[in-house]
Design a protein around this ligand. Structure first.
Ligand SMILES: [Fe+2]
Ligand SMILES: [Fe+2]
Length: 312
């Protein structure tokens, strides 16, 4: 069985090309003492005080790595808004995705509540001088900033993404749900449906789909992970598109199954040993279903908005 993803070894730098604005922005953010201190403080709030999953620099790195990989897969099929709206090129769009994703949870230093808004307040003074340095045209720098701010703000589960770039940030964030992200609170004794479920997820693999442009495969050691997929990833996927209704109903249904004992904590742990073929098939069908949410009309191009996708 393949070892689970080692989140500490993920390197965004591996996905960046030389002489790009995206690389310049990454070198700035990853080398900025202020950004790194905020991310460290964000984890103090998230992991130490709240017992939540990792929201620090490793999460920033893994979410950004996921987002850029998703961007490159979807970029073959869809045009980012920045390109479609005549604001810039693919490098500009990648820079937006990188900066939004890297900084999206920095506002956790203030509180979990409204942290996307806090991330905006902290990100603006950090980004402004760097964008002014990268872009000669102040109007373009402001346009790029606007896109980054939307990506940060819209990463929250219930907020609708209105650009391709923001949708990618949200998917990159949602795909960071392997066990490594939750292991510290779990080891400290936080045993609930969220931590047990997250501990079941070994890997999240993002690649090209056969029929759909993007395939997200979640490898899990036991069915407890399904809850995490439904509670985190599906929720993010649903608002990375202009989905609608059914969001709360599906989440409530998952919680109800847990409350009714159909997915009990005990049962979840009992399932630790065997990853049966039936489970694999179930997981596969789930992801095919998720996969279908990412089927976008090529003609739409400029946006992740899609109105006619239906839930089963
Ligand atoms: Fe967040
Ligand atoms: Fe996040």
């Amino acid at each position: 069985m393949k070892e689970f993803l080692n989140r500490d070894e993920v390197k965004v730098r591996d996905l960046l090309r030389p002489n790009t604005k995206t690389l310049q922005m990454f070198q700035f953010l990853s080398g900025s003492p202020r950004v790194q201190s905020y991310l460290k403080a964000a984890n103090r709030m998230a992991v130490s005080r709240l017992g939540y999953t990792d929201h620090g620099h490793v999460h920033a790195e893994v979410a950004t790595w996921n987002a850029l990989r998703i961007f490159d897969i979807l970029d073959e099929t869809f045009q980012p808004n920045i390109v479609a709206e005549g604001i810039g090129d693919t490098d500009d769009a990648r820079l937006v995705v990188l900066a939004s994703t890297y900084l999206h949870d920095m506002g956790m230093v203030v509180h979990r509540n409204e942290h996307p808004q806090a991330s905006l307040a902290l990100a603006i003074p950090i980004l402004e001088p760097k964008l002014a340095e990268i872009y000669d045209d102040p109007a373009k720098a402001t346009d790029i900033m606007s896109f980054i701010l939307h990506g940060i703000y819209a990463h929250d589960d219930d907020t609708q993404c209105l650009t391709f770039e923001a949708g990618i940030t949200k998917l990159g964030d949602g795909c960071d749900l392997t066990k490594g992200r939750t292991i510290i609170p779990f080891q400290k004794g936080k045993v609930d449906i969220h931590s047990v479920s997250a501990m079941a997820i070994r890997d999240v693999i993002v690649d090209k789909g056969q029929e759909k442009p993007l395939r997200i495969t979640v490898a899990m050691d036991n069915p407890a992970g399904v809850f995490q997929v439904q509670a985190v990833l599906e929720k993010k996927i649903s608002t990375s598109l202009k989905m609608k209704e059914a969001e709360e109903a599906r989440y409530a249904a998952a919680e109800k199954r847990f409350a009714e004992g159909l997915i009990s904590t005990h049962d979840m742990i009992e399932y630790q040993e065997d990853l049966s073929e039936a489970q694999e098939n179930y997981i596969q069908s789930l992801i095919d279903y998720q996969d279908s949410l990412i089927t976008l009309d090529k003609k739409v191009g400029v946006t992740l908005v899609k109105n006619d996708v239906k839930f089963e």
